[in-house]
Ligand binder design. Structure first.
Ligand SMILES: [Zn+2]
Length: 393
């Protein structure tokens, strides 16, 4: 006759190490790995501060993400100490972990002792489902997804770059998307501006983009700014946003944006496209160079893309806009190596990506100074643009 569940548990507890909550608390304070093996909803109701979450039902497939080194000391806990005892046996006997213990009495005893409990911000069942592929990533998880939901990102332009960036940032659950655009959807936009569609030709781009974002993800709040960015409004619009996505198509606005964002210390994820070529960089004020460090003077007028309509391969802004969205998410989550102090250059025809290092200019007229020293009348100082473009002909 096979032993009963209770008898099996007793046998397992005889074979594994158990530690008292007081000892677990000390270990946590010294940075030890403590893993909560309970279900998602139990974790969401509160857990040990600093613990990681790997539900027992997924422990075989996910433990390596939390503890890649099988010699790492690990403490597991559940509600009462039973499930964690089973999981401890699995880690040692089936998966080859060498130093695993189970917490006596589980979370119930921990709370009875009056020890501190961390309650994660609430995420609905629907959100847990929607963002489940993010929650499976150690680099995102519940905390990272919450950061995305709390983030406020401003997109300058709902055009070629802004369209894919907005769609993917919305899909990723970036909670607030501001969109600045004073234009209406034109048939010639639809070759690349995929947030709009044929039925919305003639509709304001901010309204068309809002409709697409709402249909994709109702978690996202859209803040519409139906205007053209200028020196008269930029200092009202930018404050409050965490990151700006630059999809601007002209140099005067880029200088203006640079100067205001340096003054407000808001990072700008910038891309530019022409023909089959794209460029990407992240300008994080005072950590890396600014746009004026890179381009102290505007390029020759005949090379300035905004002086007239230019050809562009339809998918190119998609590629570059998604690289921008990726950089935005990295900045929000504080992961990876953002393109700060580097300029990435993508050549679609060659299928090649090259990069050049860019440095802060100690003589930069903007970022070499304290942000409070930059006056309103200095923002976006640039030669007269019509005269500048006339020089191209
Ligand atoms: Zn600079």
């Amino acid at each position: 006759m096979s032993p009963s569940g209770a008898e099996l548990l007793r046998q397992i507890k005889d074979r594994i190490d158990e530690v008292d909550p007081a000892a677990v608390r000390e270990r946590l304070q010294s940075g030890a790995l403590v893993i909560d093996v309970r279900q998602d909803e139990e974790w969401a109701a509160g857990h040990l501060p600093g613990a990681r979450h790997v539900p027992k039902s997924h422990i075989e497939s996910r433990i390596e993400g939390a503890a890649p080194d099988k010699a790492t000391p690990v403490v597991l806990y559940c509600a009462s100490g039973q499930r964690s005892a089973w999981a401890t046996r699995t880690l040692i006997e089936d998966l080859g972990y060498q130093n695993v213990a189970s917490m006596t009495g589980g979370f119930t005893l921990w709370k009875d002792r009056g020890y501190e409990v961390e309650v994660p911000r609430f995420m609905s069942a629907e959100q847990r489902d929607r963002y489940s592929r993010h929650l499976l990533l150690d680099e995102v998880g519940i905390d990272g997804q919450q950061k995305l939901l709390d983030a406020k990102v401003l997109l300058l332009g709902a055009g070629g770059l802004g369209s894919p960036a907005a769609l993917y940032l919305a899909a990723a659950g970036v909670g607030t998307l501001g969109i600045v655009d004073d234009d209406v959807v034109d048939l010639s936009n639809l070759q690349r501006q995929v947030i709009h569609n044929s039925e919305r030709v003639g509709v304001a781009k901010v309204d068309s983009a809002e409709e697409a974002i709402r249909a994709l993800n109702p978690d996202v709040k859209v803040e519409k700014h139906k205007l053209r960015l200028g020196p008269d409004n930029i200092m009202q619009i930018l404050p409050g946003y965490d990151i700006v996505v630059d999809g601007l198509d002209n140099f005067p606005s880029r200088y203006l944006l640079n100067d205001a964002s340096v003054r407000l210390r808001i990072p700008v994820v910038s891309a530019a496209i022409l023909g089959f070529d794209g460029q990407l960089s992240v300008f994080k004020p005072y950590e890396g160079p600014c746009y004026r460090c890179l381009f102290p003077v505007p390029p020759p007028a005949e090379l300035a893309p905004s002086c007239g309509a230019n050809g562009v391969l339809g998918v190119l802004p998609g590629t570059m806009g998604l690289l921008q969205a990726t950089e935005v998410i990295k900045l929000i989550l504080d992961i990876g190596n953002p393109v700060i102090g580097r300029l990435l250059m993508y050549d679609a025809l060659a299928a090649s990506m090259t990069e050049v290092k860019i440095r802060r200019d100690p003589q930069c007229p903007i970022c070499s100074r304290d942000p409070d020293e930059i006056r309103d009348d200095e923002l976006g100082v640039f030669p007269d643009y019509e005269a500048f473009c006339a020089g191209a002909h």
